[in-house]
Design a binder for this molecule. Structure first.
Ligand code: IMP
Length: 474
């Protein structure tokens, strides 16, 4: 019997709750696999007694028989990966014999992170060196020296790896005329010490390295079922997203069959994940944002201690903000109530209403077969505002012309105005609802409208962050 693969991806700007959906449906699969991105991702798993945020390791960790695969399309920060592995194991979860990392993944090196902090500000990157690492992967070599150091190379040839780390570091500093920083990746060490350390530490990953590029193919052809776990989201795709305010990998479903090391002949279905109240971290267009440009600016100031969860919680009266006539205030209140702060960077996430133009568009881009909608419980907060109902975007308007797709360029995306429709308020506390039948009529109406406009059946509804706060729809 042949196995198959399903692909799960985010349909908005990331942070849609992909990790929790995977955790809920993982029992149907034997393997969860990442196919792109790296430690920029923050997939949160919340059980009743613990919360784990995963950055590089696939989200199937809580299912003891599940294999976890990191495909060649990913970029890895070996130090962060080791820490993450340690944290998972400290929670009593065994990864031995389960975690397999392709030896063809690209290693994120100190100069990538340095460069990201230097040139990534305008985009608002996560400063993890993702863009520079993918750029070096595409460059391959600078004519003389290796640029794409892969995990297998790092482990097999430590001397070459050290040279690669140092050469690239010195060249970057010289090329950009930078002052050599005192701190290398947050530590007061010389780059030579850091290179030694990276090479030495990487040896501890030896037993997790997958040396067979056909590993996944062999398992699936033998009957195993794999769930590909997308990272970031469709709007952050390096080519299809809001360029340049995107990540540097392909995040859409098709890339699972490049970065995930499996041929597309095993594809069964595509699963999309979206949030009922949207968010975005970093800069770039966001048509349905509460407070528009002002919110983008406000959140961009929110690095470090400013505008973080603690700061906003202390500073604002939520009830008052909700009653405000200013949409920026409503956005701030919804962020506090929805705890929308970056899982990786702790930055405040920009908040917006559900954009049904985007949802329908991205369901088509990815060929979504079924949909999961998270944070539906948070829609209740709209009933405490002076708005006419739950706002959703039905169309975009550019220069007086209405359109039903996402414009291809960032300029047009910035110019697009949301055409808003109001759906009836939901007043029921949804967090304790376990069955679809028990949802109030307004919540059911909301779900039905999303299904009709996206053209996809909703198979699951998130009504809280915890594992059990999830309604499966048959
Ligand atoms: P990078 O991937 O760190 O280069 O960041 C590029 C853009 O993608 C920035 O706007 C980030 O905030 C955003 N981004 C990257 N990873 C994620 C994610 O996992 N969730 C949400 N946004 C992300």
């Amino acid at each position: 019997m042949k196995g198959y693969s399903d692909v799960l991806i985010g349909l908005q700007y990331g942070d849609e709750g992909k990790g929790r959906v995977i955790d809920n449906i993982a029992e149907e699969y034997d393997i969860t696999a990442r196919f792109g991105g790296g430690p920029n991702a923050g997939h949160t798993l919340e059980l009743s007694d613990r919360k784990i945020i995963l950055h590089g390791i696939p989200s199937g960790i809580h299912h003891p028989n599940m294999q976890l695969y990191v495909g060649s399309g990913c970029v890895v920060n070996t130090e962060k990966l080791i820490k993450e592995k340690q944290e998972i194991e400290n929670n009593g979860i065994n990864l031995n014999g389960r975690l397999q990392i392709s030896d063809q993944t690209t290693v994120i090196l100190p100069h990538h992170i340095l460069l990201d902090t230097f040139i990534g500000k305008e985009i608002g990157t996560t400063n993890n060196g993702i863009g520079p690492a993918y750029a070096d992967r595409a460059l391959r070599s600078d004519g003389k020296r290796l640029k794409n150091l892969r995990l297998g190379d790092l482990i097999d040839d430590p001397e070459c790896a050290k040279k690669t780390i140092l050469n690239n570091y010195y060249n970057t500093i010289a090329f950009y005329n930078m002052k050599a920083p005192d701190y290398i990746l947050g530590e007061k060490k010389s780059i030579k010490q850091k290179a030694e350390e990276i090479v030495e530490l990487a040896q501890s990953l030896k037993k997790y390295i997958c040396r067979n590029p056909l590993w996944l193919e062999e398992l699936v052809s033998d009957g195993k079922k794999v769930l590909f776990e997308g990272a970031q989201a469709t709007m952050l795709d390096v080519a299809k997203g809001t360029v340049p305010y995107v990540t540097s990998s392909h995040t859409i479903a098709g890339n699972a069959y490049v970065g995930g090391d499996l041929p597309p002949k095993y594809h069964r279905k595509t699963i999309g994940v979206a949030k009922a109240i949207m968010s975005r971290v970093g800069n770039g267009p966001f048509v349905s944002e509460f407070g528009g440009k002002l919110s983008e600016y406000y959140c961009a100031q929110g690095k470090g201690k400013k505008h973080n969860e603690k700061y906003e919680n202390k500073k604002y009266d939520i009830e008052k903000l909700l009653k405000s006539d200013n949409l920026l205030d409503i956005g701030i209140a919804l962020r506090i109530l929805g705890q929308e702060y970056g899982a990786t960077t702790k930055r405040p996430r920009r908040i917006g209403m559900l954009d049904l133009v985007m949802l329908a568009h991205n369901c088509k881009v990815n060929g979504v077969d079924e949909l999961y909608l998270n944070k539906v419980d948070k829609l209740v907060d709209f009933s405490k505002t002076k708005l006419k109902g739950i706002p959703v975007v039905r169309e975009y308007e550019i220069d007086g012309i209405k359109i039903n797709h996402i414009p291809g360029t960032t300029k047009m995306n910035r110019e697009a105005k949301p055409v808003i429709e109001y759906l009836p308020f939901i007043k029921q506390d949804l967090s304790s609802v376990k069955k679809y039948e028990d949802l109030c009529p307004e919540a059911k109406e909301f779900i039905t409208i999303v299904e009709i406009l996206s053209g996809c059946k909703i198979k699951g509804i998130g009504v809280g962050a915890k594992r059990e706060e999830f309604i499966k729809v048959e």
